[in-house]
Write a protein that binds this ligand. Structure first.
Ligand code: KDG
Length: 324
């Protein structure tokens, strides 16, 4: 069985080298990035059995994404063929103050945005084939057909008794808070695990957000996902978890020399979900999420480029947390 199957889009990422500006550089560094595949890549690097579900063009750009995920040991054999459809791109411009970093998407009508429920590998959504299904708000926000596909995948997983997890990962360039809420809210009650950044609660559910007390934010937000383990990431302030019974757990962030924050939430999810699948305690899972996120912050690109021994070494260092 797969430890995790995850549905989402992976984009080609183009970044000007050496902190140049987008309208300055003559060339780009090329990498791949996508919320779910970032999470899977880190989990596969930690030794978990991970399959990525998506739709890719049948050309060299699609091959490039496949190869780079295979490099981390992610299984890409269930990806659906996307014919001549396009691969989505994004431009990432790093910024050092007073410049700001920014992301520009060029992903409309991509192969993944055109994925249909019928493209899902239904044979994987059977009891015993996977231990966890994972997707994100990005996938649900891509297009009407990607949304229908993700909803169908969640339904199939539920019917097969496969636990489901969702990372809200709100992207204002994809959809408005109103549209995101309309789509997400009916799903939240069905999830075993819900990951959400504190700033996304602020953006989408301002009535739950308390500027002075993150515990109150989390407890108020629980009314939208009463059955889930609720994990709220807080960037350099760490993360908190609330169980359906109302038990609170927290972790500090690990200290990291920051190179790039992009992908930090996906890395956190990788560490947390790996620990959850291994049956670790809630506190240990939070701490492992924070540790993988710290490795990501210290690495260029969207993926936490780690291995198990590096992670174990950091987790064994009691002085490593609380220094953010
Ligand atoms: O979380 C990081 C992702 O946002 C990045 O890898 C690109 O998937 C991406 C997106 O849609 O923004």
């Amino acid at each position: 069985a797969y430890d995790i199957i995850a549905l989402g889009e992976t984009l080609l990422r183009l970044t000007p080298p050496d902190l140049q500006r987008l309208d300055q550089s003559a060339g780009f560094d090329v990498q791949v990035g996508g919320c779910e595949s970032n999470t899977l890549s880190a989990m596969a690097r930690l030794g978990l059995n991970c399959a990525w579900l998506s739709r890719l063009p049948e050309n060299e750009l699609g091959d490039r994404v496949r190869q780079s995920l295979r490099q981390h040991n992610v299984d890409v054999q269930h990806v659906s063929p996307g014919g001549d459809d396009r691969l989505g791109l994004y431009f990432y411009e790093p910024g050092r103050a007073p410049h700001r970093s920014q992301v520009i998407y060029d992903r409309a009508d991509s192969a993944m945005a055109r994925m249909q429920p019928a493209d899902l590998p239904v044979a994987l959504f059977q009891p015993g084939r996977a231990r966890l299904f994972h997707t994100s708000g990005i996938t649900l926000g891509l297009s009407a057909s990607a949304c229908a596909t993700a909803q169908q995948a969640l339904q199939l997983a539920l019917e097969a008794g496969i636990p489901c997890s969702l990372d809200i990962n709100y992207r204002q360039r994809l959809w408005s808070p109103q549209r995101a809420r309309l789509c997400l809210e009916p799903l939240l009650g069905q999830l075993d695990l819900l990951l959400v950044a504190e700033r996304d609660i602020q953006a989408l559910w301002p009535e739950a957000w308390d500027a002075h007390c993150h515990e109150r934010t989390l407890r108020r937000f629980q009314r939208w996902a009463p059955n889930s383990l609720l994990v709220m990431t807080r960037g350099s302030a760490g993360a908190a978890l609330l169980t359906p019974a109302g038990e609170l757990h927290q972790t500090d962030a690990f200290s990291a020399q920051e190179v790039e924050r992009l992908g930090g939430g996906d890395a956190f999810a990788a560490g947390f979900l790996s620990a959850w699948l291994a049956g670790k305690s809630h506190s240990e899972a939070l701490r492992q999420g924070a540790a993988v996120a710290a490795f990501k912050y210290a690495t260029p690109g969207d993926i936490a480029w780690i291995n198990r021994s590096q992670l174990d070494r950091l987790l064994a260092d009691p002085a490593a947390t609380g220094l953010c």
